[in-house]
Design a protein around this ligand. Structure first.
Ligand code: ZN
Length: 249
């Protein structure tokens, strides 16, 4: 099965439509979304409608749960907080109900999916090797797909012969180059963010997982960042939420 894996769309409809156009050319068997359809951006309703129509499954991210009132806003930065409060009254009852029914962790087809991490699917960022290693005890499958950090990176967990410790390697590949998912290892795979990349590349990001050939390939898609910035300003959302899109930070 070939699966297009999208995450952290963050109400960026223009980026999402650009990504879906490329996804369509790849003809995957399924589209999975790892959460945070809303938060930050200017078009939450359009993004919920697109993902509800196109994705075969979708996780709940921390922003999705905040918009529907399922988690507290205490952990949110001022920009994130402002966007949640702006978006909530701009989502239809149907969209809010759709967001509210999603779960932050699922295990379809023998693959673990968690928005943040398998240990803490709502809040934890897997940003370093120690956190990646600590998470190996919290999933049973060979592959675990995660989002939340907005970084297109993979963590390779190599079990040692005595089982005493796990060697962790950070894996990155240039766009379009396949990463071979060795069966002797376990993998934490992040497709990066569609709507707000934070790895210095402003292009929208997603990944293609091939479960038959065990490969993972990142794709980047340029989109009209200035148009999204203009929509953020027109909405009266924090100015920084548009500025950061130009640099992918
Ligand atoms: Zn996010």
């Amino acid at each position: 099965m070939r699966i297009a894996v999208l995450s952290d769309i963050h109400a960026n409809r223009i980026a999402l439509e650009a990504v879906l156009a490329v996804v369509d050319t790849l003809k995957p068997d399924a589209i999975w979304c790892l959460g945070d359809v809303v938060g930050y951006g200017p078009e939450p309703q359009a993004c919920v409608e697109l993902i509800a129509a196109r994705a075969d499954l979708c996780l709940a991210g921390n922003h999705d749960l905040a918009v529907v009132g399922k988690v507290s806003l205490d952990e949110f930065s001022p920009d994130a907080y402002a966007a949640v409060l702006w978006q909530r009254p701009r989502l239809s009852a149907t969209a809010l109900a759709w967001l509210a029914q999603q779960q932050p962790r699922l295990e379809p087809a023998g693959i673990t999916l968690a928005h943040g991490s398998p240990r803490d699917p709502i809040w934890e960022y897997v940003l370093d090797a120690a956190t990646a290693a600590a998470n190996q005890a919290y999933f049973e499958t060979q592959l675990c797909l995660i989002g939340h950090s907005h970084l297109a990176i993979a963590w390779r967990l190599q079990p040692q012969a005595d089982g005493a410790w796990i060697r962790v390697r950070l894996e990155r590949r240039p766009v379009g180059e396949m990463l071979a998912l060795t069966t002797t290892d376990r993998w934490l795979l992040n497709p990066g963010s569609v709507g707000q990349p934070r790895d210095g590349d402003p292009r929208a990001c997603f990944a293609l997982l091939d479960t038959a050939n065990l490969t993972w390939t990142w794709h980047r898609v340029a989109y009209d960042v200035a148009a999204v910035d203009a929509a953020i300003q027109a909405a009266g959302l924090p100015r920084r939420l548009g500025r950061r899109l130009y640099s992918g930070q």
